[in-house]
Write a protein that binds this ligand. Structure first.
Ligand SMILES: C[S@@+](CC[C@H](N)C(=O)[O-])C[C@H]1O[C@@H](n2cnc3c(N)ncnc32)[C@H](O)[C@@H]1O
Length: 253
């Protein structure tokens, strides 16, 4: 099977980032293909023969995904980088000098995009270690650790203009359980954002299916001027993920 390079049929946003990939980094399942160690395609296919059917489906998908190839070519650590690029191209959220917190930052694609787009300071946290991203600071930890808002606030040197979360739990394969777990992460990310956003700040988070749950939506409506849901073109069609974007945090209420 041949790996596709991005064709004229797939319009992929983003410009090359002059930064080398680091082979062998630990990656989340969705994003691993972008910067997986640089084995030859022949070797990958040979290895694929020994994999379980679901592993083989995942590998075939990676080999045929133009975003994975584009991420590698452009120097992004994850294909997920394109989701933030596409969201930001549409809503112009990252401003020169923006102070940004990246929740669930590994392997660092969104952080790279934020830096590349002129953020003044980017700090992040992930359960997994992340290879250093120039000009950003990412620590290992659970964002739900009660000490984390203070830690990230002091790393940032103040309140955040943007709190962004592309966090996903490890999937169980049981759709209802996975849905509950991702929504719990998103709700906790919102709580975190309410503690740390500056006035007029922005919250971006991955949610699932019909968008935000009613309780989460109600909290966002009370605290932000505008709420939008978006499915970026690079988000896989078969995935029920969406992103919620809450703009104009009303810090004083
Ligand atoms: C899809 S990946 C993020 C990809 C990233 N946006 C990028 O472009 O490279 C989701 C990440 O969320 C992290 N995560 C999940 N739960 C977390 C938690 N409670 N605290 C910190 N990170 C968490 C996972 O470890 C995983 O690395």
């Amino acid at each position: 099977m041949k790996s596709k390079t991005p064709s004229s049929k797939t319009r992929i946003a983003g410009k090359p980032l002059r930064q080398s990939l680091t082979p062998g980094r630990r990656l989340s399942e969705d994003d691993a293909g972008a910067s997986r160690s640089l084995r030859t395609k022949t070797e990958k296919l040979r290895t694929a023969r020994k994999k379980t059917p679901s592993q083989q489906r995942w590998l075939n998908r990676q080999l045929n995904d133009p975003y994975v190839a584009a991420a590698r070519q452009q120097g992004w650590r994850s294909r997920a980088a394109f989701k933030l690029i596409e969201i930001d191209d549409r809503f112009h959220l990252i401003q020169p000098g923006s102070r940004i917190i990246d929740l669930g930052a590994a392997p660092g694609g969104w952080t790279q995009v934020a830096i590349k787009r002129g953020a003044g300071k980017v700090v992040g946290v992930d359960l997994l270690p992340v290879d250093p991203v120039p000009e950003a600071e990412i620590i290992v930890g659970d964002f739900m650790d009660p000490a984390m808002p203070d830690i990230l606030h002091s790393m940032l040197g103040g309140r955040a203009d943007i709190v962004m979360s592309d966090m996903a739990p490890n999937t169980t394969g049981h759709a209802a359980t996975d849905h509950l777990r991702i929504m719990a992460l998103a709700e906790n990310a919102l709580d975190f954002a309410l503690k740390i956003l500056a006035d007029k700040g922005i919250f971006i988070a991955k949610v699932f299916q019909g968008g935000s749950e009613k309780t989460m939506l109600d909290v966002m409506k009370q605290n932000f001027a505008t709420i939008k849901h978006v499915k970026p073109p690079s988000s896989r069609k078969e995935s029920s993920e969406l992103y919620v974007i809450a703009i104009g945090f009303k810090k004083e209420i």
